[in-house]
Design a protein around this ligand. Structure first.
Ligand code: HEM
Ligand SMILES: *[C@@H]1O[C@H](CO)[C@@H](O)[C@H](O)[C@H]1NC(C)=O
Length: 330
């Protein structure tokens, strides 16, 4: 009787451990995941990214942002890439994505290369993680190894995309709360926002700032006022919502720490960016902005660590390896 019981207990414990182990394997990322199944995966992504960034450096920004918007909704599972269909509501119409998120054709191009080399092996979520890393290096930023093994979701979540992707109008408290909720620290957030050292924002996203507190935060010197009037002529109080301006006006195509120096001068384009330095509640974030403005290597180190952490947000539902990043497999 006693031995039956202990045997049953043993089996039960093994069963629990066993299933825990395999459940973890689904979400556990590794550097070697494609070493046997698709040894050229990384190289293929790199080659396509080199070509795309040479053609237009903005492509680097597009891939970096896609990875971010992917990871903040259900984890990094390629959900951001799904098109709307009769049976699936995608995330492309979310408030922060609509008329804003682009680069899906470049994703398709990279995916085609991967499918040609090793069909059905490399997930779209991993594609984005690798492409985002390559994007950063190709415009002068740091290198980091990208853990892989993510699965693509079979679902998307428009509501979550609306609530969880940060908006430029949010105050520092809301932004910090959001990042903490994703397992990312204040330091991770300030470093990751350094992504805005590349890429563009639309007038509709910085209008309130340039007709609002820009004067109050900036050092009202000639240089700042010339910058402000340039922004205002590009982005009038009404209309021209989609006119573009770089978020780092000094070196928009270089991944460097100049973005943070502009925040010290109060010249952040997005209100959310300037909040990191100018918010009354941002003692810790302001300190980090100063650190990164003074020390590009500290920025690079914290940024790459934070990118690995962000890329580590997994979707516990698991999924599949999509053949076409825009649609779940049939
Ligand atoms: C505090 C949180 C953040 C907010 C409020 C925010 C907001 C924005 C906004 C409003 C734009 C311009 C979009 C448009 O006008 O169409 C933008 C662009 C961009 N964001 Fe963020 N962002 C945040 C964090 C991040 C993070 C964590 C990353 C990457 C890890 C990132 C990467 C980018 C890039 C690369 C662009 C330029 C895209 C392009 O050129 O099209 N952002 N962001
Ligand atoms: C990534 O997530 C796993 C659990 O899924 C955890 O063990 C690991 O420490 C995480 N790594 C980083 C860098 O956050």
């Amino acid at each position: 009787m006693y031995s039956y019981l202990s045997l049953a207990l043993m089996i039960y414990i093994l069963g629990v451990l066993g299933s825990r182990g395999s459940a973890q394997d689904v979400s556990k990322l590794s550097l070697k995941y494609y070493d046997k199944s698709c040894p050229n995966a990384q190289q293929l992504v790199r080659t396509e990214m080199e070509c795309a960034v040479r053609e237009n450096p903005r492509n680097a920004a597009l891939m970096l942002r896609l990875h971010f918007h992917d990871c903040f909704v259900q984890g990094c599972d390629g959900s951001v890439l799904l098109d709307d269909t009769e049976t699936l509501v995608g995330e492309k119409k979310a408030s922060q994505n609509l008329n804003s998120l682009i680069g899906f054709d470049l994703v398709d191009r990279i995916k085609n290369q991967l499918e040609g080399e090793c069909p059905g092996v490399v997930s779209c979520a991993d594609l984005l993680a690798i492409a985002a890393r390559d994007a950063v290096i190709l415009v002068g930023g740091p290198y980091w190894d990208v853990p892989v093994g993510r699965q693509d979701s079979k679902t998307a979540n428009l509501e979550k995309a609306n609530t969880d992707i940060p908006a430029p109008t949010q105050n520092l408290f809301a932004l910090v709360t959001n990042f903490l909720g994703k397992g990312l620290s204040v330091q991770d957030m300030v470093a990751l926002v350094g992504s805005h050292t590349i890429g563009m924002a639309r007038c509709v996203n910085f209008r309130e700032r340039i007709y609002g507190d820009f004067r109050a935060t900036s050092d009202s010197d000639l240089n700042s006022m010339a910058y402000l009037s340039k922004l205002q002529s590009l982005c009038p109080e009404r209309g021209h919502d989609n006119k573009l301006s770089p978020m780092d006006y000094v070196s928009p195509n270089m991944f460097d720490n100049i973005f943070y120096r502009s925040l010290l001068n109060g010249k952040g384009l997005l209100n959310s960016d300037q909040e990191m330095y100018s918010s009354f509640t941002g003692i810790e974030t302001a300190k980090l902005v100063k650190t990164y403005a003074a020390d590009p290597l500290a920025f690079f180190k914290h940024f790459s660590d934070a990118m690995v952490k962000m890329g580590n947000i997994t979707n516990p539902e698991g999924g599949e390896v999509r053949k076409n990043c825009r649609f779940v497999n049939t």
